[in-house]
Every structure is written in structure tokens, then in C-alpha cells.
Design a protein around this ligand. Structure first.
Ligand code: BGC
Length: 797
């Protein structure tokens, strides 16, 4: 291969007679033949950019298009559509520019596994299934960064072996409201937990040589009219709640890319906001990768380029045209395009495709299934366990109720879905674990479910979650009969959700009448027969529990546990794994208690309501985050609203004792080291999530009662064993965003360290002083709301 570096070219030119040199200078750079052009990897990025025509630059920045038969989408360039996909079913690809040695990158969803087509027309004898890992909310419930890193590595290997360059994950928007349709793809209501886990996931995936794209940046906390929804949010809430997780992940793990969200923040599309993408993401946080849009996100490609949203996905011809026209008119500088291109090329250089990685199309699916099973057990949360209802005895007959027992919901719908080869239902998992599943009930559910599914209408649009099939109503007499024959009752409640729609307060957040009736009748009959009732919650998000939990002896929150779900639930039910998950969000008593209940999902703007909706883009909508920083436990704890289950809550089959909290100093100069001893005082080996909450002075700024500032998970502690858990706190762990000064400050005064088994179960506490205010970081007043936001404060409402 001939390398044509610029130095080399100059020395050659110097031998030429003058007229030849003059002639050469008159020839446009880009008319050189392919062999003479610089090549990525052999020449510097600057040289490659220098050799690119404007058309080539724009080509690199606008994706190759989305091949789908969906009428409301912009058309794909017919030329691009002809280029065979390297990985059929992957969400998107960038253009190759072969004459410069730039390959096309393949981008694939998503947060629960690699979403690609499982079968290929040209290769009908093989399948391309991917592992359905547990959803992100379950992973967050593990509170285990090492586990998330290990799972990320498995994602990375699987993506790489299927020829994918960038994984469109982790998804990490904050659970602002339990009805958010994509909450299952997201981690938590808390930014520290979200950011730490997202960073661990990025590290895991990228350690395998595949890129990530934390998404959706930012303040994208609902699906309603998602492409036209304007999030009105204060600078402080934005910084402390909605950006913080991204900040943590970006600073710690430097992902290859970041995906902007569909919504606007304070009047500007996130993908068109230079303040968000340049001032905050790059200048303040030091992000060095490229930014891509969400699919068809934003409206003005020129503003996107100027903002630093380098790549438009999936890309369509009007965007290319708009950018080229703007360059010709001079409203978009070529220098700006060069910056965008440079950031993309830096990532291309690292990609498996550029490196010529010979992918096998044969990831270790069996090995990854085992990782998925283990991860699922680590993130399930035991919410209730009266009189040692769990673990189940090692054998016996289970009367298994609930559609989801036989048709487990392993993950959500939309781009967070995965085409897995198989999934394990709970009845299969229990049988495999040695239990007898009562046969008459099993037969009936197995007939009922396919029959109901066959009657379901086609969804109006691909990707939408299917309507749930009604819960099978089992007559009371039959339940009584079963309570005599079986040893225990297990009832599974199922909930699904996904892109484009949010969940509903009725019959979704709350239980349906049939579900209520089923729980009541099973509970009455089985308890009368001296038998236990276990409820398994196979849900995409938070549901109402307060009205029915008294009927259950034990409740296991299994979330959407991935393809090995039935086995994983059985592992926990029978005590093969001792549950150690804790809630990454609060379970409220009622939906009305949720701080954003009155303002979710916002309002359609006047005059717009009559437009055709729901279309793919929806109509202009506005949502005001008037709860400010009081999201989740920050609200419940500060305003004394009792939750059904607190943030951080979760039981174990053993008990833990906390002792000997020590602070390395009583005043914080630079750092404070916090140690606490956690001991297993029960009879079963187990792991405990240790949470450090901090109460700050709150004299100058309104402060939540306390905030999670660190967490750790112990190793497996055998009965009688202890572990000393150590946390290090620095100035950055004490701060709040002071909007007036556009700075992260730590107020002077007394700080209380609270070590908890949940946000409400504080086991040990100690205080230290900060003698003087610290200005930890100067930031900028950007993304300022157009109108002041009337926020909830402790002093106000
Ligand atoms: C979703 C993204 C996803 C993209 C590509 C969009 O609809 O919001 O999360 O990565 O599609 O599938």
C-alpha cells in the first residue's frame, strides 16, 4: 500500500518543473484519483479532512437512512437503500468513503441486548439471535457496578461478533414518573446510581473494542409527543438531576459517542443546543467522542451541525441538501463541518470495522445466557417475606396463577427489545428446579394465552407494545380445590411497556379488577388451608402495591428479567440465590403521591390539539418540571410523604447488622474517609447494598433531607462474617448547583453522613464540618428557562 503523507507529497513536488506545479495547484484537491488520496489510519486525520470534498464531509455526518416501510418517515435515498446492510436489522449505519479508507460503521440497539434481525433471507439455514439480558431497571436494582461491567463485557463481545461497531446503549434517563413508557430501559430515579452504573456498562462494552452511546441526552423522561415535547426545567434541577448521571458516566468512562434526545429543553431541541453539546458536554465535562441524534430527532440539520451534534441518524436526503445549501450560502462554515468530521473519524479509527476485525457471527450465546441468568438473580428485589414464606421448600406442588407465569415478559418493546432464541417461562423454570406445577391450571393457561393472543388486533404501528391480554379469571371454587392440592400459590403479575406511549394510572400502574380479585381469592383460600401466597412482579416499572400487599405472604419484584427469567426467578424463590437487589426508585402509596403526578406528561399547546395525533412525531407539547430537584426519594423524604417501599429498600433471606461507623476527620479539608462494618447476623450467606446518604446544611440553598452520595455492595458474607466498607468523600460529593453563581458549591456547615439499608432505614450516622464554603467548579448559566419555573421548595410549598 502506498502511503501518501503530506511531507512526502511536498518533497516530490519540489522536483517538478514550475509549470507542472502551477498546473497541479489548479486541479481541485478532490479530483485526485483514488490511489493518490490520503487514507485514514495511514495519514493523519487532518490530512484526510483536508482531502475531503464538502459533499464527502456531509456524507460522513448524515447516516445512510432507515429502511422501513413506515409512511410518515422521511424517504431514504434510493441509492443508499441499495447498499446491502452489513448487519441486517441493525438500527443504522454511517457512510463509507472507500477512496479515503473510511469504512461504514454499524450501530445497533440496545440496552437489553443486541437488536438485529434473527433470520436473514440470504442465509435461511442460520439464525442470528442475540441474548436478551435483564432490562436496565433490573440491573440498577443490583446496585453492583462490577456486575454491570461484566454484563457490559458480554454485550461488547456479542456486538463485536455480530459485526456491530457501536451499541446504542446505555439508556439512562431519570425515572421522573413511574408511568414513563421507557423506564424499563433506564436505571433509576437517582442520578448517582444511574451515572455510576452507566459508566460501568460503558467500561465493560468498550473494553471489548466496541463503542457505546449513552442516551437520550437529556431530560427525555416520557414518550408522549416525544419529538415535539418541550421540557421546561430549572437550571438547578437540570444540572443536579437530569444531567448529573450523564456527567458522571462521561467524565468517568469517556464513551465513544452520546445520543441526543428527541425533546426540547427550555425551547431548544437538545440536538440543536450548542449550550448543551458544546458548553456543557465538551467544555465543562471534557467529552471527546461524537454526538449523534436519536432517530429522526430535531428539525434543523444546520443548527445541529453548529451545536456539535455531529452525526444525524439515521439520515435522510433533505438533511444532506440542507447542510450543503447552508455551506454554499455561508450560513454554516466548513470549519464547523471539519470539527464534526474530525470527531467522527477519531471514533472510526477505533472501530472493529476499521481494524478489520473478522467477526464470527457466532457469539457465545450459551455463555451469555448464564451471565444473563446470574445478573437477573442479582437484581431481583424481595419486597415482603412474612414468616419465612420464602425460600420455598426444595420440592412440592405449586399452584401457578397469572398469565405472566406462563408467558413471562422478558423485556420491553421498541428499540429496547431483543430477538432472543428462546425464553424460559416461570412454569418451565420451576419444573426445572424440581417443583411440580399443578397441571390442570397449567393446561388451562397454556390454552388460554395463545387463544387470546390470536384475537389481538394488529398494532397500529410496528414497535408499539401489544395490548395486554386480560388476566384469566379463575373461579373461587377451583381456587379452593387447588389450595387443598398444592403446597403453595405463586401469582405472577405482568406489565409491559415500550417506545411511543407512556403507561396509564388505571389498570397498568394500578391492578385490574381481575388481578385484584385473583389475589384476594387465592390468598383467602390458600391461607385458610395454611399455605403461603407468593406474588412475583414481572413488571416494566413501578406499580401500585399498597392496596393488595396484605394478601401476599411474600413479594418478589422480578422486573423484566431477560431470556433466562423463569430460571432466575426459580433460583431466588427456592433460595439457590439469596436476593440482594434494592429498589432504584421509590414505590409510592398512590399515584397521586408522585411529585410529578400533576404534571406528567405535560400539555398539548393551545391551538395544536386538533392536529393528527398520535403520529410518529406528535404535536407541540410542554411539560414543566415544577417539582424541581424533588424527584423520587428527594421528595418523599423531604416532605414527609410515606412511600409504600422506600428508595434503596430490599429484603434478604438473612439479616445484616451495621456497626462502627467512623469518619477519618471531624472537619473536611480535602477528603473524608468513611468506614462502616456490615455483618451477616442471620443464617444464610448473602450480600448487602450499603448506601451513604448525606444531609447538607441547606442554609443558602434549598436542600433535600438527604441525598445518595455513595454506595457499595458487599461480597457474599457467610453467617457471622463481616466486611468493612470504605467510602471516600471529596468536595465534589458535597455540592449543589448554585444558579445565581453558575457554580457547584459546597456550603459551609455541618454535614451528616447517614449509612442506610434504604433511604429511610438509616442504621448509623455521624457528622463532620466544612469550615468554609467551597466553590468546587465554576460552570455556566446556560439552558436558562424562557420563563421562571415556579418550583416546589421546602420553604415554599
Ligand atoms: C430510540 C433510540 C434508538 C433508535 C434506533 C429510537 O426510536 O429512541 O433509543 O436507539 O430509535 O433504533
Amino acid at each position: 500500500m502506498v502511503t501518501r503523507s503530506r511531507t512526502h507529497a511536498v518533497s516530490v513536488l519540489s522536483w517538478f518543473p514550475l509549470f507542472t506545479l502551477a498546473a497541479l495547484l489548479l486541479i481541485p484537491r478532490y479530483s485526485a484519483t483514488a490511489q493518490q488520496r490520503p487514507r485514514l489510519g495511514e495519514n493523519s486525520i487532518a490530512e484526510v479532512i483536508d482531502a475531503m470534498t464538502v459533499e464527502e464531509k456531509v456524507k460522513l455526518l448524515v447516516g445512510m437512512g432507515f429502511i422501513a416501510d413506515i409512511p410518515m418517515l422521511p424517504p431514504v435515498d434510493p441509492e443508499h437503500a441499495k447498499v446491502p446492510e452489513k448487519v441486517p436489522g441493525a438500527a443504522g449505519r454511517t457512510h463509507a468513503i472507500p477512496s479515503l479508507g473510511i469504512p461504514s460503521l454499524t450501530l445497533s440497539d440496545g440496552p437489553a441486548g443486541i437488536r438485529i434481525d434473527p433470520v436473514r433471507e440470504d442465509d435461511p439455514d442460520r439464525s442470528y439471535h442475540a441474548t436478551a439480558f435483564p432490562v436496565a431497571t433490573l440491573m440498577a436494582s443490583s446496585w453492583d457496578t462490577s456486575l454491570v461491567r461484566a454484563v457490559g463485557k458480554a454485550f461488547g463481545r456479542e456486538a463485536r461478533e455480530y459485526g456491530v461497531d457501536i451499541l446504542l446503549a446505555p439508556a439512562m434517563n431519570i425515572h421522573r414518573n413511574p408511568l414513563g413508557g421507557r423506564n424499563f430501559e433506564y436505571y433509576s430515579e437517582d442520578p448517582l446510581l444511574s451515572g455510576s452504573l452507566a459508566g460501568a456498562f460503558v467500561d465493560g462494552v468498550e473494553s471489548e473494542g466496541v463503542g457505546t452511546s449513552p442516551k437520550h441526552f437529556a431530560a427525555n423522561n416520557q414518550e408522549f409527543n416525544r419529538m415535539k415535547s418541550n421540557t421546561l426545567v430549572s437550571e438547578r434541577a437540570l444540572r443536579e438531576i437530569y444531567l448529573k448521571g450523564f456527567e458522571i458516566a462521561v467524565r468517568a468512562s469517556q464513551p465513544w459517542s452520546v445520543m441526543t434526545s428527541y425533546n426540547l429543553i427550555n425551547g431548544t431541541y437538545t440536538s440543536e443546543s450548542r449550550e448543551l453539546l458544546t458548553t456543557i458536554l465538551r467544555d465543562e465535562w471534557g467529552f471527546a467522542g461524537f454526538v449523534m441524534t436519536d432517530w429522526f430527532g430535531g428539525s434543523d440539520p444546520v443548527a445541529q451541525m453548529n451545536a456539535g451534534n455531529d452525526v444525524l441518524m439515521p439520515g435522510y436526503p433533505q438533511q444532506t441538501q440542507g447542510i450543503l445549501e447552508a455551506v454554499a450560502r455561508g450560513t454554516l462554515s466548513e470549519a464547523q463541518l471539519d470539527e464534526n468530521v474530525e470527531r467522527v473519524l477519531r471514533v472510526v479509527l477505533q472501530s472493529p470495522t476499521f481494524k478489520g476485525y473478522e467477526y464470527s457471527d457466532q457469539p457465545d450465546l450459551a455463555g451469555h445466557a448464564q451471565i444473563a441468568r446470574r445478573a437477573a438473580t442479582e437484581g431481583m428485589v424481595l419486597l415482603k417475606n412474612e414468616d419465612h414464606a420464602l425460600p420455598l421448600p426444595p420440592s412440592g406442588t405449586v399452584a401457578l396463577f397469572g398469565n405472566a407465569s406462563y408467558d413471562l415478559i422478558v423485556g420491553g418493546t421498541g428499540s429496547g427489545d431483543v430477538n432472543e432464541a428462546y425464553s424460559v417461562s416461570l412454569d418451565a423454570g420451576l419444573v426445572d428446579a424440581g417443583y411440580v406445577v399443578e397441571a390442570s391450571l397449567q393446561d388451562e393457561y397454556r390454552r388460554y394465552i395463545p387463544d387470546q393472543k390470536a384475537q389481538q388486533p394488529e398494532p397500529p404501528m410496528p414497535f408499539l407494545p401489544p395490548p395486554p391480554i386480560p388476566e384469566l379469571a379463575v373461579e373461587a371454587d377451583r381456587v379452593i380445590r387447588l389450595s387443598r392440592e398444592a403446597d403453595v400459590a405463586v401469582i405472577t403479575l405482568g406489565r409491559n411497556s415500550g417506545e411511543f406511549t407512556d403507561r396509564e394510572p388505571d389498570n397498568d400502574f394500578s391492578l385490574t379488577d381481575t388481578e385484584h380479585a385473583l389475589i384476594r381469592s387465592v390468598s383467602t383460600a390458600f391461607r385458610a388451608a395454611g399455605k403461603k401466597v407468593i406474588v412475583v412482579m414481572n413488571v416494566a416499572g413501578v406499580i401500585e402495591v399498597a392496596s393488595w400487599r396484605d394478601y401476599a405472604d411474600a413479594m418478589l419484584l422480578a422486573w423484566q428479567p431477560g431470556q433466562e427469567g423463569g430460571n432466575a426467578i426459580a433460583d431466588v424463590l427456592r433460595g439457590k440465590v439469596n436476593p440482594s437487589g434494592k429498589l432504584p426508585m421509590t414505590f409510592p402509596m398512590t399515584y397521586a403521591d408522585v411529585p410529578s403526578a400533576d404534571n406528567f406528561p405535560g400539555t398539548v399547546l393551545p391551538g395544536e390539539a386538533d392536529q393528527a395525533a398520535p403520529s410518529i412525531s406528535g404535536v407541540p407539547t410542554e411539560v414543566t418540571y415544577d417539582e424541581g430537584i424533588y424527584v423520587g426519594y428527594r421528595y418523599y423524604n423531604t416532605f414527609g410523604v410515606e412511600p409504600a417501599y422506600a428508595f434503596g429498600y430490599g429484603l434478604s433471606y438473612t439479616q445484616f447488622d451495621y456497626s462502627d461507623l467512623q469518619l477519618s476527620a471531624s472537619e473536611c479539608d480535602d477528603e473524608i474517609t468513611v468506614t462502616v462494618v456490615v455483618s451477616n447476623i442471620g443464617a444464610t450467606p448473602g450480600r448487602e447494598v450499603v448506601q451513604l446518604y448525606l444531609s447538607a446544611p441547606g442554609d443558602a440553598l434549598d436542600k433535600p433531607e438527604s441525598e445518595l452520595r455513595a454506595f457499595a455492595k458487599t461480597g457474599l458474607l457467610h453467617p457471622g462474617e463481616s466486611e468493612t466498607v470504605t467510602f471516600t468523600m471529596a468536595g465534589t460529593d458535597l455540592v449543589s448547583f448554585d444558579t445565581e453563581r453558575a457554580a457547584w458549591i459546597a456550603e459551609a456547615g455541618t454535614y451528616t453522613v447517614k449509612i442506610g439499608a434504604s433511604a429511610l432505614a438509616i442504621r448509623q450516622q455521624a457528622a463532620f464540618d466544612l469550615p468554609q464554603e467551597l466553590i468546587v467548579e465554576q460552570a455556566h448559566n446556560v439552558l436558562v428557562p424562557q420563563v421562571p419555573i415556579d418550583e416546589r421548595t421546602i420553604r415554599g410549598r
